[in-house]
Write a protein of this length. Structure first.
Length: 170
């Protein structure tokens, strides 16, 4: 019997500084499964983004110095619009640590550094901690204003569904 808890909607977003965002969430899954889901394009396409997003590009080179690029199409306006997020890997230590730069191509001067940690406890529950460090308070505020919190909550719930699905299940 799977002791899976429904943790939907339980991601917590805090603002530890005027330039920082921290997201924490617990998953009933091993760190290795979460790390794989975070760094495999086929998996990322299944969980990352807003409910209205559709994927254009999901490229991940998961090694130090490797580059990633996400491009999604968002609904709205006259036919919607594409948003792109290039990243570069600064440090990678599977399955516990991933440090990347991230920038929204529409604001190329607003690069942030994302530090992602997966800490697994003895019971097989993994705590995700994602720290986003912006260079300017205004950049952090723009990210919050983008609807990032609601999109993040949806993404974390989809990630949970992906990593806790029974083997061979849907």
């Amino acid at each position: 019997m799977n002791s899976h808890h429904d943790r939907h909607g339980t991601a917590v977003l805090t603002l530890p500084s005027d330039r920082g965002i921290r997201i924490t969430r617990r998953f009933d899954a091993p760190a290795a499964a979460l790390f794989r889901a975070w760094t495999t394009p086929g998996s990322v396409r299944r969980w990352w983004g807003f409910p209205s997003s559709s994927w254009r590009v999901c490229e991940i080179d998961a090694r130090e110095g490797g580059t990633w690029r996400y491009v999604t199409h968002e609904q709205g306006g006259s036919g919607g619009f594409d948003v792109a997020f290039p990243r570069r890997v600064r440090e990678i230590r599977p399955p516990h640590l991933l440090v990347t730069t991230e920038v929204y191509e529409g604001m190329p001067d607003a690069e942030a550094v994302n530090t992602l940690r997966f800490e697994e406890d003895a019971g097989g529950v993994t705590t995700l901690t994602l720290d986003v460090a912006h260079q300017e308070p205004a950049h952090r505020d723009a990210q919050i204003a983008s609807g990032m919190e609601s999109g993040m909550q949806v993404s974390m719930d989809r990630l949970e569904d992906l990593v806790t699905a029974p083997p061979g299940g849907a």
